[in-house]
Design a protein around this ligand. Structure first.
Ligand code: NAP
Ligand code: MG
Length: 404
């Protein structure tokens, strides 16, 4: 075989947890290192290491991403009560994705991978719908509390001169709950610019929706900032590219999305994007067939899979049972990151390798070789379900042929 492809700049590698951590290593061993002289700066975001470093490792990995510009991340556990005991945690550490998104202040773009033989649950969705999720604030950076009966809850804002404004949220007659949310104009503007730029990049329409009829200050601010940036910076470019920016109410957007053929970018507020991306990816086939990239306004990229650590499969794997876990989204995280690294470094061989890795992956599924989740969905006559590792070696057979 020809010499391995060299990399001039390190890629930031963020390892993770459970089944995806197993797949991570296999993907590197079977599909990457035979072809690429892999140059990564490695950060172990597995829960044990996060606990050991008091989560400093997560912060360090985000700083490295800012420094080098491109990262690839494995799925990680977001601790809950059960994980506290399972991993004997010092603290209920925050979601690494949340920490990284907050530090990079970017937008997450998620696009389904379409393959022959798998018809979306909504058959009219013949083109991918890309979801752009705002990655900062709202409920993910909230302050909340349980409130006792008889309490008065107020929204108090003290300005830079010390002047206070107060609004009563509620005089609680019984026990209840409150929540304080925020977002920042700068972050919303960054979100808007990422979306407009990405839409121009892919020559696709951009849709955006909020609940501005009910939320006349909060959601309306999102609408206004998008409108202002569009008018001043992007309208002419959109018209020249023959694409549209379209704003509507979130309820109306959901109805229109269902009736559409896909082929556009749907910009969502943070929570809407979290929920809708799971719905859209499931409708297209499988969570494991969804690519995901966080793009910061400064042009930093972090690639990952949209799904979690596939815990149930991991416990089977630990018991020595065979698993059939879909590695496509994790493979596309690697190919996306390596291609972007190749583009930035003018490394044509690396870009070519990344494209062929994706081609070989899709070809494998279209040849009828697939994991259990896709086997249930595929209409191919010659389909065959394989275990996690066989799926990777089957991809490699095709990749080796493409690489010559
Ligand atoms: P999950 O890991 O996405 O898995 C949920 C179920 O979806 C699986 O049990 C499996 O169904 C199916 N599935 C997901 N990915 C699959 C794949 N690649 N191949 C085959 N089937 C797949 O979500 P979860 O169980 O809710 O969460 C597990 C852990 O992941 C949690 O600790 C959570 O915090 C974390 N998480 C991390 C991220 C991230 O890092 N980006 C995102 C979400 C969740 P069957 O069991 O029916 O086969
Ligand atoms: Mg989600």
């Amino acid at each position: 075989m020809a010499d391995k492809i060299k990399m001039s700049t390190p890629l930031v590698e963020m390892d993770g947890d459970e089944m995806t951590r197993i797949l991570w290593q296999w993907i590197k061993d079977i599909l990457i290192t035979p072809y690429v002289d892999l140059n990564t700066e490695y950060y172990d975001l597995g829960l044990e290491k996060r606990n050991e470093t008091n989560d400093q490792i997560t912060v360090d990995s985000a700083e490295a991403t800012k420094k080098y510009g491109v990262a690839v991340k494995c799925a990680t556990i977001t601790p809950n009560a059960a994980r506290m005991t399972e991993y004997n945690l010092k603290e209920m550490w925050k979601s690494p994705n949340g920490t990284i998104r907050a530090m990079l202040d970017g937008t997450v773009f998620r696009t389904p991978i379409l393959v022959k033989g798998i018809t979306p649950y909504i058959p009219s969705w013949t083109k991918p719908i890309t979801i752009a999720r705002h990655a900062y604030g709202d409920v993910y950076k909230n302050v909340e509390a349980q409130v006792k009966a008889g309490s008065k809850a107020e929204l108090v804002v003290t300005d830079a001169d010390g002047n206070e404004t107060r609004q009563t949220i509620l005089n609680f007659k019984g026990d209840g709950i409150i929540q304080g949310l925020h977002n920042c104009d700068e972050s919303i503007a960054g979100f808007a610019r990422s979306c407009f730029a990405y839409a121009l990049d892919c020559k696709q329409d951009l849709w955006f929706a909020t609940k501005d009829t009910i939320s006349k200050q909060y959601d309306h601010r999102f609408k206004d900032i998008f409108a202002e940036i569009y008018e001043n910076e992007y309208k002419a470019k959109f018209e020249a590219a023959g694409i549209e920016y379209f704003y509507t109410l979130i309820d109306d957007a959901v109805a229109r999305v269902i009736r559409s053929n896909g082929g556009y970018i749907w910009a969502c507020k943070n929570y809407d994007g979290d929920v809708m991306s799971d719905m859209v990816s499931t409708a297209y086939g499988s969570l494991a067939m969804m690519t995901s990239v966080l793009v910061s306004p400064s042009g930093v990229y972090e690639y990952e899979a949209a799904h979690g650590t596939v815990q149930r499969h991991y416990y089977k794997h630990l018991k020595g049972e065979e698993t059939s876990t879909n590695s496509v989204a994790t493979i596309f995280a690697w190919s996306g990151a390596l291609r972007k690294r190749g583009e930035l470094d003018q490394n044509a061989a690396l870009v070519d390798y990344a494209n062929k890795l994706e081609q070989a992956t899709i070809q494998t599924i279209e040849d009828g070789v697939m994991t259990g989740d896709l086997y249930l969905l595929s209409s191919l006559e010659n389909k065959k379900k394989v275990d996690s590792k066989t799926f990777l070696t089957e991809i490699n057979t095709r990749l080796a042929a493409l690489m010559g």
